[in-house]
Design a protein around this ligand. Structure first.
Ligand SMILES: [Zn+2]
Length: 329
């Protein structure tokens, strides 16, 4: 032990002594690190899918959902799923340890199982967790409706089930979880202007605050998806006029309102990617279906975050600025 400490100490001195201008050939960009992390996750999903026959994208979708709802990322883990103790150990199991023999958890109808072959069901081990979740899901069947029922019994919340099923569709469609692109909602060559107006008072609809950013542009300028996601809502809303809602893979709902019209063929359930045209800028809303021209044409862009319990609006302005920069580069 003493020798270990000495060794560590001298290593620290050595590395600390190297000039910061020295760059290593092994230094990785943020993008490269992210890509490797995603590859490690993907390998785990596919390994579990091979033994349980649950398609990898459902496991990825559950992991992706839980990745957004926990403040504390579990230590020494690759996946973010944190199974409930009762789910893992079973009801009335007197042994509350996170790591126990699967024979014991099964005795109490717990789902905790061994996925990595060490003959223990460890509630903090990625492979054990994925294997146990997959076993649970497959006990309901393997088609989308079966998975949906399994998810509902597990989370008991419609929006959670919807979000996970959406994630699965996106991952399946693009055959990857490495989806980091973003785009600005309007083409950069169009004439447009916007400023930070989130939280401003507004005249119509009572005491609601302004939950979004208004991007002013001419009638007919194409409106594009900013993210990967699924069209969750499309139609008329008294305040929003013709509007579309897209839920992305980060538990965020993107709301595009006052559209002049929708892009041909866009429908609820469609998988979209950044830059896909979904409609055009207009001035619809603030009245019965078809009402238009009560204000200058603009895209109202709203963002709503879901934490697995509730959904709230947050300011899209800083994100729009970032995506605008990204689209320019
Ligand atoms: Zn607005």
């Amino acid at each position: 032990m003493k020798r270990m400490c000495m060794l560590l100490f001298s290593t620290l001195i050595l590395t600390g002594g190297i000039s910061p201008t020295v760059t290593y050939g092994t230094e990785k960009s943020e993008e490269e690190i992210k890509k490797e992390e995603n590859q490690t996750r993907m390998d785990l999903y596919k390994k579990t899918a091979a033994t349980t026959l649950v398609p990898w994208y459902y496991l990825a979708a559950v992991d992706q959902f839980e990745r957004q709802i926990h403040d504390d990322f579990p230590e020494d883990r690759v996946t973010a799923i944190q199974p409930d103790r009762l789910f893992w150990n079973g009801l009335d199991n007197p042994n509350s340890a996170d790591r126990q023999a699967p024979a014991i958890t099964k005795m109490f109808n717990g789902w905790g199982d061994d996925g990595n072959g060490d003959e223990m069901a460890d509630r903090n081990n990625d492979e054990d967790i994925l294997y146990s979740i997959a076993s649970y899901l497959s006990s309901f069947g393997h088609n989308p409706d079966d998975i949906k029922i399994a998810l509902w019994k597990y989370y008991k919340r419609d929006l959670t089930v919807q979000t996970i099923m959406n994630n699965a569709r996106v991952f399946k469609h693009f055959d990857t979880i490495h989806l980091t692109d973003r785009d600005f909602p309007l083409p950069l060559h169009a004439n447009y202007s916007y400023r930070s107006t989130w939280g401003d008072a507004r005249g119509f609809g009572g005491r609601r605050i302004h939950e979004g950013t208004d991007i002013f542009a001419n009638y007919g300028v194409p409106v594009r998806s900013t993210t990967y996601g699924v069209v969750e809502m499309k139609g008329w809303n008294r305040y929003g006029g013709w509007r579309i809602g897209i839920r992305d893979i980060f538990n965020i709902y993107h709301y595009y309102a006052h559209l002049n019209g929708f892009e041909d063929g866009v429908k609820v359930g469609d998988v979209v990617k950044p830059g896909d045209v979904i409609g055009s800028v207009g001035a619809t809303g603030y009245g019965p279906p078809g009402t238009s021209g009560k204000f200058p044409p603009h895209l109202h862009y709203g963002m709503y975050k879901d934490n697995g319990y509730s959904e709230w609006s947050f300011d899209p302005y800083p994100y729009l600025r970032r995506w605008e920069r990204m689209a320019r580069d």
